[in-house]
Design a protein around this ligand. Structure first.
Ligand SMILES: *Cc1c(COP(=O)(O)O)cnc(C)c1O
Length: 392
């Protein structure tokens, strides 16, 4: 695909492989393996002397289309897809790290990343230090001679802290470490971490890339030497590959990604402004609000605030639960990135396993409610929140 096409064109056209049938929509090539014309062709394919598909764990045309299109949107040299977002994080860690290596990671990352690094990678001799994502001095102070990977998510979920990607990229470069950014909350529709110096972008395609809550998927996009080398090798060998069906859903999701995410983000901004003025709301966390402590940084990195916001209701857990139970439109579920708005209570769900002191320090207080805006009419969503808040 020509490099000079703009993102909207790439989202619809990049990575389009076509079969002899002349199909217009991208084909779902649902097959486990591929047939060779001869034994010698099979040998050439396996020896990497001839390009072509072999087996869907590591070569599949539908998966290849998804990877190329996401790479084009992220401005990445290459991309490898995985079964889930966690498989993408695990592949990044297992593909790049060896026993004796050290990782510095942001405290506010997706909850499951913590036991992955501390417990599972810990068993293989990898040590992780956890730092306040917004404090670049803390990142610098945590570096060791064996630091190999810096890992952060921006904005963070659910309190929407912003990491200075360019600042972190220069720290990583000085340390000779790889910077991986989880871009799940914004998607390339709103933020392209590679433009700010990230080496790798990690995705849960389960969120905005599918965008309709249907399938699980993941991907890592970035430097070709890393993606086509150790990361692809890990997926091929260990097997956390995406199903061609899920890749097809995600591929088609990319065609409407910007339209959806921008519309959802506009709804979130309107709701955030309304919540900020509500007497029962103590605080709203949303990078698109001028009151967000890192608003200026967020607006340098992101073209909009994103679709996820959180707010603190006066009256703690009891009040927060009443707000959630008082809504009728928003779905009570821990997922986000869907066309349907979702609401949850992080302190007793997604962050329930953290020790209370650690949770509070991270801003996940008992009164916190997370809302991920979908594509419903914003007036209906506002009325729903009003209904919830009236019950608090
Ligand atoms: C959901 C999520 C993940 C994990 O993705 P799965 O597809 O559920 O495995 C990783 N990072 C972030 C920011 C997420 O929201």
């Amino acid at each position: 695909m020509a490099d000079d096409y703009r993102p909207d064109t790439l989202g619809v056209r990049a990575g389009g492989l076509r079969s002899d049938f002349g199909e217009h929509s991208e084909a779902l090539v649902l097959t486990a393996s591929f047939v060779f014309k001869s034994a010698s062709q099979a040998a050439r394919r396996f020896a990497n002397e001839e390009p072509g598909n072999i087996y869907s764990r590591f070569t599949n045309p539908t998966v290849a289309m998804f990877q190329s299109r996401l790479a084009a949107l992220e401005g990445a040299q290459s991309c490898v897809a995985t079964a889930t977002g966690m498989a993408a994080v695990a592949t990044t860690a297992m593909g790049l790290l060896s026993a004796g290596d050290h990782v510095v990671a942001a405290r506010g990352v997706f909850g499951t990343v913590v036991p992955l690094l501390n417990q599972i990678l810990g068993r293989f001799g990898v040590e992780t230090s956890w730092v306040d994502a917004t404090d670049l001095d803390a990142w610098r102070a945590a570096l060791r001679p064996n630091t190999k990977l810096l890992f952060a998510e921006t904005p963070s979920n659910p309190v929407c802290e912003i990491v200075d990607i360019a600042g972190l990229a220069s720290i990583a470069r000085e340390a000779g470490a790889i910077l991986a950014i989880d871009n799940c909350m914004c998607s390339p529709a709103l933020q392209k971490p590679i433009d700010f110096g990230a080496d790798l972008v990690v995705h849960s395609a389960t969120k905005y890339i599918d965008g309709q809550g249907r399938v699980l998927g993941g991907a890592i996009a970035g430097r070709r030497d890393l993606v086509d080398g150790p990361l692809f090798n890990f997926v091929r060998t260990a097997g956390p590959a995406i199903s061609p069906f899920n890749a097809w859903i995600c591929l088609k999701g990319l065609e409407t990604l910007r339209l959806r995410v921008e519309a959802q983000s506009a709804r979130a901004l309107e709701l955030a402004r309304w919540l900020e003025a509500h007497p029962k709301v103590e605080r709203v966390n949303y990078p698109g609000l001028e009151s967000h402590p890192q608003h200026a940084l967020a607006m340098r990195q992101q073209s909009a605030g994103g679709a996820v916001l959180s707010f603190v209701v006066r009256g703690g857990r009891e009040a927060a639960w009443r707000v959630i139970d008082g809504t009728r439109l928003a779905s009570i579920t821990a997922n986000f990135g869907d066309t349907k708005s979702t609401v949850c209570h992080p302190a007793t769900t997604t962050h329930g396993r953290l020790p209370p002191a650690e949770r509070e320090a991270a801003g996940v207080v008992e009164g916190l409610v997370r809302l991920a805006a979908g594509l419903e009419d914003v007036a209906d969503l506002r009325a729903d929140l009003e209904r919830g808040l009236a019950a608090a």
